[in-house]
Design a protein around this ligand. Structure first.
Ligand code: PSU
Ligand code: MN
Length: 317
């Protein structure tokens, strides 16, 4: 690195606050898994959101990796949250949704920020964390040819070198166009446990992923090779919701269509679209979608922790 670049990296790093357990894991070179906070602040109701966040962290710890939930608090990027900080994020109702565009505004104002997939990828990369577990990624919205609504998550995947483990993308999106967009930007979409890309509440989106790699060591080799070649950018690893927790496609498709129609009728646009659709689907399915959501995030955490352990091993050998 030139002196100027090193200076820039130091300056970015100075915005980070590591929790004690994450700092210890970094010092010891142990595997770390980043977790997002939009899912806590805007994706699930209190108190299930905070309880799930803690359970997901426990899953990651039980598999030998350190969880690092990421959020903005008091003008700092927090890498790893205490129980009090998780509680603040989950129950205050004040957290703003933070994607790439919003990061400087929320940090500069000292407010509470819940990071999206894009926002979390940026912070994870600054912190040197290679694996990030979420529920579902953002993508190309249905009707994007009119609305131009394409999640900033996809551009972030194009440029930021973090592996994102997810249960695919929700069918509120145009999943075919989302995969086309990722292909255009050179983002590999891997799957494990099945050939097809997952569809969040349901297991099968009907679209194949690029490469199926079931084993964490194989996934790690693929990712390490990409980055060794200087091919910067993310990798998507899709894994389906466990069978017992999956919803029926017919049910969820009809309710999704209803939520989309309501969004159009009410003129919802911009960053409000995804939270609006998620909240409506939650309400329309009663508690059922929440149970599915919790189950899939925990399962993603298992896959992500195994990948982080394998990547750390690949670094040593
Ligand atoms: N998809 C979900 N649940 C979520 C999100 C997406 O199934 O909570 C959140 C993620 O944080 C994602 C963000 O990064 O929504 C995408 O928002 P937008 O479409 O406004 O970019
Ligand atoms: Mn959008």
């Amino acid at each position: 690195m030139t002196a100027d670049l090193a200076d820039l990296a130091d300056r970015a790093h100075s915005w980070l606050t590591f929790s004690a357990p994450v700092a210890a894991a970094r010092t010891a070179g142990r595997p770390i898994v980043a977790l997002e906070s939009t899912i806590i602040a805007h994706g699930m109701p209190y108190p299930e959101n905070v309880r799930t966040a803690r359970e997901v962290e426990a899953v990651i710890r039980s598999l030998g990796a350190e969880p690092a939930t990421i959020a903005l608090i008091g003008g700092r990027i927090h890498i790893g949250l205490s129980n009090d900080e998780l509680e603040l994020l989950g129950r205050s109702g004040e957290a703003q949704k933070v994607s790439r565009r919003d990061l400087p505004a929320v940090l500069a104002s000292g407010g509470i920020g819940a990071t999206t997939v894009a926002g979390t990828m940026i912070c994870a990369a600054l912190a040197g964390i290679e694996v990030f577990v979420t529920g579902g990624i953002g993508g190309v919205h249905r009707g994007a040819q009119e609305s131009f609504d394409i999640s900033a998550d996809l551009q972030e995947l194009a440029k930021t070198s973090v592996a994102v483990v997810c249960a695919g993308a929700k069918s509120i999106l145009d999943i075919g166009l989302t995969l086309e967009y990722l292909e255009t930007h050179g983002v590999p979409v891997l799957s494990c446990e099945q050939d097809n890309f997952a569809a969040f509440y349901t297991r099968d989106s009907g679209f194949r992923t690029d490469f199926r790699l079931d084993d964490a060591a194989e996934q790690a080799r693929f990712i390490r090779t990409k980055w060794d070649l200087g091919l910067a950018g993310g990798v998507v690893l899709s894994t389906p919701v466990p069978e017992a927790a999956a919803m029926a496609s017919d049910d969820i498709d009809a309710l999704t269509q209803q939520a989309l129609d309501e969004a159009t009728a009410q003129g919802i646009t911009g960053k409000a679209v995804t939270p609006f659709l998620l909240a409506r689907i939650k309400a329309l399915t009663g508690g059922r979608s929440l149970a599915t959501n919790i189950a899939l995030v925990k399962h993603n955490a298992e896959v992500g922790a195994r990948l982080a352990v394998a990547l750390a091993q690949a670094r040593r050998t």
